[in-house]
Design a protein. Structure first.
Length: 278
């Protein structure tokens, strides 16, 4: 019988106990289906993931934010109630209340984020296959995941158009995985680049349209530059685009050399083909 690590105190739960766990019951059903498949496959791979936490109330989010930040007159990392706040040394960032996917976000009041425990390297290399983004390139939160189709910031989440999540085809042998469905049309959100893009490509070259398409794809899937920012879609393959391509390559499990070549194009198209069924 499979056991799942839950919480930060070494507790394990069976599948039935996991589904009855109050934290798990507060997670969006499609996010839960994707996460369960990934967790189950990590166990099969001998590199198990577990769930640290999922849901926070407004008060828990506020208390966590205030315990990790202090008021400053200038600069800081965020604002709350008209004041600027900076992160305390040695702690991870936590968003102010109403700005986290760990809070009630969907129409049903469910969360859309998980903080993981276990093998973070396996999580980083594989979560994109399950329709999830991890945040090692955003606030250095390698333990955090949320559905890949959502904007990174909850402030940009639009419930009317983003809820409910679409059911996607899942890989692997996990309990949450779907059987292989009959062929379905694949929805591609921006033109999928298919040629090699060189690191020093300049705007105005013959490949500028392909670079713009690649930049759009990186922005959509959450593959950001080294500072966790979206790319400017300008058709120039410069340093920031290379950084985003490296983020893509790490998510797809290939060499992160920052060059969008035939291997990157092939793996990315496989990712697109597997992700969405209409």
């Amino acid at each position: 019988m499979t056991s799942y690590l839950t919480g930060y105190n070494g507790t394990t739960r069976t599948r039935a106990e996991l589904e009855a766990w109050s934290q798990w019951r507060q997670l969006d059903p499609e996010d839960a289906r994707r996460s369960l498949a990934m967790m189950d496959d990590s166990i099969v791979a001998g590199r198990p993931l577990g769930i640290g936490s999922i849901f926070r109330t407004e008060q828990q989010q506020r208390d966590g934010f205030l315990s990790r930040h202090h008021v400053v007159k200038f600069g800081g990392c965020c604002t709350y109630n008209g004041q600027r706040y900076a992160l305390n040394k040695g702690v991870a960032h936590m968003a102010p209340p109403f700005r986290s996917y760990h809070e009630a976000t969907t129409k049903a009041g469910k969360a859309l984020a998980i903080d993981w425990i276990g093998d973070m390297a396996w999580l980083g290399a594989n979560c994109a296959r399950y329709g999830l983004n991890e945040f090692s390139q955003v606030n250095n939160e390698k333990w955090h995941s949320q559905p890949a189709e959502l904007p990174h910031a909850r402030s940009r989440y639009v419930q009317a158009s983003m809820d409910p999540l679409r059911e996607i085809r899942l890989p692997g042998t996990g309990i949450g995985s779907l059987p292989s469905p009959p062929p379905q049309p694949t929805r591609v959100y921006a033109p999928a680049p298919t040629i090699k893009v060189r690191r020093n490509l300049l705007a105005g070259s013959n490949d500028a349209a392909q670079v713009r398409a690649l930049q759009l794809q990186c922005n959509f899937w959450g593959w950001r530059d080294a500072l966790g920012r979206n790319l400017i879609v300008d058709g120039r393959f410069a340093e920031k685009s290379a950084q985003a391509v490296m983020s893509m390559q790490r998510a797809l499990g290939i060499l992160d050399d920052g060059i969008y070549g035939p291997m990157s194009a092939r793996r990315f198209q496989q990712h697109l083909d597997a992700m969405v069924k209409l």
